[in-house]
Design a protein around this ligand. Structure first.
Ligand code: ADP
Ligand code: MG
Length: 145
């Protein structure tokens, strides 16, 4: 487990960017945090770190957005509105989860049963006692002994 504290959106973007720079083929990241926590800011940083230059937003109405122009394919999932895990099968999630690109899954709690054994959880928490712009960002590697 690794904890980083940020005090501005720019710092969260930079942390995402660093994560994107270091990301290795086949990695799956899950992104947990309430609305307004900074998931999109982190995601945009990660995309930037992968060398993706176009606009990256929450794919709220599409579940999956694919970006091919970076160092590695970037599969950005937002499963917030998913009704059933079968919807993931319809969009061919397995090719993404078990391929050579980088997956980032927002609201991954909702598809817990199909998460791969190995993934990196990124959790963004606020703590208002530390200020409105404070975020605690916790990385936890799952499935690694
Ligand atoms: P989410 O995608 O989790 O709903 P967003 O990334 O869209 O959240 O929005 C996060 C909001 O919080 C933005 O308005 C951003 O400017 C603000 N913010 C303030 N401090 C931070 C911080 N330390 N890290 C990330 N975002 C922050
Ligand atoms: Mg968002």
């Amino acid at each position: 487990m690794r904890i980083t504290e940020t005090y501005s959106p720019e710092e969260t973007f930079a942390l995402g960017r660093q994560t994107g720079v270091l990301a290795q083929p086949g990695e799956v990241y899950t992104l947990i945090g309430d609305l307004g926590a900074g998931k999109t800011v982190f995601t945009q940083g990660m995309a930037s770190g992968l060398g993706i230059t176009g606009a990256v937003n929450s794919p709220t109405f599409t579940i999956l957005q694919v970006y091919d122009e970076g160092r590695l394919p970037f599969y950005h999932f937002d499963v917030y509105r998913i009704g059933d895990v079968e919807e993931m099968e319809e969009i061919g999630y397995e090719d993404c989860f078990y391929g050579q690109g980088i997956c980032l899954i927002e609201w991954a709690d909702l598809i817990r049963e199909i998460l791969p054994e190995r993934y990196i959880e990124v959790r963004i928490d606020k703590d208002l006692e530390r200020g409105f712009d404070y975020r605690k960002i916790t990385f936890t590697e799952h499935g690694v002994s």
